[in-house]
Write a protein that binds this ligand. Structure first.
Ligand SMILES: Nc1ncnc2c1ncn2[C@@H]1O[C@H](COP(=O)(O)OP(=O)(O)OP(=O)(O)O)[C@@H](O)[C@H]1O
Length: 244
């Protein structure tokens, strides 16, 4: 369980201070999918970076399984970071590496190698045939599939998604959301999904926090609609959404 306890974050740039988060408190339960929605600049990415232990709160603390991370050594933080993976809007793939090498990269950085696992994950995301391609040859949806496979190679307990579908069109977004459901069933990670896209969050999260100007202003359980099957055509989706 992750507990965000009265966390504030202020950035200082010269004489300018920006309060990105203001006394934010909430928990993320093990294996749940928590959505965080809010407009641009509301503090969503800051929250993810804090959970990821890439930044530290100005005040307050982040507790992981009951332990305050502010008291952790760098080594303890490093161990926790390895239990988390992040998916970005911009995919963050290396264009000079093949699809397979991109997937295996997080293991290589830890001086480990597991080719079978990488191949299994490429199969899981439906990209076995592209394993030798360079990522520049792939579509946006395919790139995010590679990024998803790469994020799973370290068996993360926590998957953090920062606007992970925001660069994709509607159809491709649906495909990634279907894949995310498969990830949930097969790997049961804890998911924190940050997005400004309400439809995406509604499709993929059970519980949602609404953030505004650095404060959590509301929390709701999602009346979950089923993720649409991949067979729904663009025009069917358009009719469904537009006729609501
Ligand atoms: N490294 C930084 N230095 C200075 N200010 C920052 C930094 N990171 C974020 N901010 C500021 O903190 C506030 C919250 O930013 P944050 O990126 O967390 O919001 P967001 O909801 O993720 O927005 P977006 O959806 O546009 O990425 C903004 O006012 C932003 O300008």
């Amino acid at each position: 369980m992750i507990e965000i306890k009265e966390v504030s974050k202020t950035y200082h740039q010269g004489k300018i201070s920006t309060k990105a988060l203001s006394e934010v408190s909430f928990v993320v339960n093990k294996k749940e999918s928590l959505g965080i929605v809010g407009e641009s600049g509301s503090g969503k990415s800051t929250l993810l970076r804090l959970i990821q232990l890439m930044e530290t709160p100005s005040t307050g603390d982040i507790l992981i399984d009951g332990e305050p991370t502010s008291k952790w050594t760098e080594k303890q933080k490093q161990i926790q970071k390895r239990k988390m993976s992040m998916l970005f809007q911009s995919f963050n793939l290396l264009s000079n590496l093949t699809v397979l090498d991109n997937v295996i990269l997080p293991l290589k950085l830890q001086q480990r190698k597991d080719l079978d696992k990488a191949l299994e994950l490429l199969e899981f995301v439906g990209l076995s045939e592209q394993k030798k391609s360079y990522t520049s040859q792939l579509s946006g949806g395919q790139k995010q599939r590679v990024a998803l496979a790469r994020s799973l190679i370290t068996n993360p307990e926590i998957l953090l998604l920062d606007e992970a579908t925001s660069a994709l069109d509607d159809r491709t977004t649906e495909e990634i959301l279907v894949l995310l459901e498969k990830v949930k069933k097969s790997y049961e990670p804890t998911i924190v999904f940050v997005s400004h896209d309400l439809d995406v969050i509604k499709s993929s999260c059970e519980r949602v926090l609404i953030i505004e100007k650095g404060k959590i202003v509301n929390e709701t359980r999602v009346n979950q609609k089923k993720v649409n099957s991949m067979s729904e055509s663009y025009s069917e989706k358009a009719m469904r959404v537009l006729s609501l």
